[in-house]
Ligand binder design. Sequence first.
Ligand SMILES: CSC[C@H]1O[C@@H](n2cnc3c(O)ncnc32)[C@H](O)[C@@H]1O
Ligand SMILES: [Zn+2]
Length: 432
Amino acid sequence: MTTLAITDGRVLRPDLTVTAADVLIDQDSGEIREIGPDLASEADDTLDAANSLVTPGFVNGHCHVAMTLLRGYADDKPLETWLREDIWPAEGELTAADIRAGAELGLLELIKSGVTGFADMYFQVPEVAAAVETAGLRARLGHGIVTVGKDGETAREDAATGLEIAREYDGAADGRISTAFMPHSLTTVGSEYLTEFVPKAREAGVPIHYHANETADEVAPIVDEHGVRPLEYAADRGLLEPEDFVAHGVHVDETEIELLAEVGTGVIHCPASNMKLASGMAPVERLREAGVTVGLGTDGAASNNDLSMLDEARDAAMLGKLAADDASAVPAEAVVEMMTRGSADAIGFESGRLEVGAPADLAVIDLEQPHLTPPHDLVSHLAYAVAAADVRHTVCDGRVLMRDREVLTLEATAVRERALEAAEAVVERADA
Ligand SMILES: CSC[C@H]1O[C@@H](n2cnc3c(O)ncnc32)[C@H](O)[C@@H]1O
Ligand SMILES: [Zn+2]
């Protein structure tokens, strides 16, 4: 057995208490073997965590990681206009190699900001999967299916690709990659494709993930056409099971909140994207009160505009208070739980907690920084004050992905150069 010890840190436990301890990791199984004092002598390798917080790796519950190429390409527009006028035409120009370059750039950003797992919906999933395999993160991947605006044959092919990818890649990268069937949303995928393919996804044993109730404009057509709320429409078509998770959930009414809580479908809250696109304020406090599993996600870098879960946590706490008109709503503990265990539970990962037997997915935060002084309350710091640049080490599945701020699994300069070149060429083609 090969072992790694994270030494002399302050460890954030599942009950959100912090204890001075070492963490001993079995690198063969990728699991935490022991948490306690003086474990360095038992380890083959060590990572120094003095004056640092050892936290569960952050889990980005909803992302389009290759969209880093479109960061800053189109800002300051609402969702529908942004997608139709700018993003979808530009995405139409993306090659497989572009998506690989964008995904690697996004993964570099995730590792540097302490993220160890994420869920991703995009095109050219084999490219995203290859990047994940190299980078060493844990991911739930899916092909984003869109059928609106396509003829019947092309639309059906897209849904079939979604199913095929979900079947083929589930369990890839020694189990670090899992999949989901991912219709883009309830308004961009026709009901007939849901009726045909959702039962097949269930047979394949994969969960279902989609954008839901993101804008008011997306709710009205479903209510008008089907006479029910979007999540009732989803439940009627078999898209609301305990293993499923939806992104956004901004415009959910009380019936839908109760439905989510009753069924156990998770919601991934994306506060930065919701604010930037002026989509609205999700009722996070109410969702949590009702017992809904709530995770956090950045969405893509074109609507955020970064992939930092630390920024997302702060945004979630701030926006949650505004939405509830209550400063005690969505407190620090809630967002720390959402960015770790909440997202992990929602997307079906066992990570998000530091305990014996759990996956060794963790991040080490440098506390010796002016903006983290004094360290009265480290949960408060994680929610409100820690920045991506404070992450010293990132470990996933027991493997060190970043040591002393140097990413070991990706060559940072080459990744940036490839992404820069790809991004410039895509924008040139899109704007021609
Ligand atoms: C079909 S792959 C995924 C698809 O989703 C687009 N997208 C990015 N951000 C959002 C968002 O906030 N709501 C809906 N769709 C979004 C992305 O550009 C891809 O086309
Ligand atoms: Zn999205």
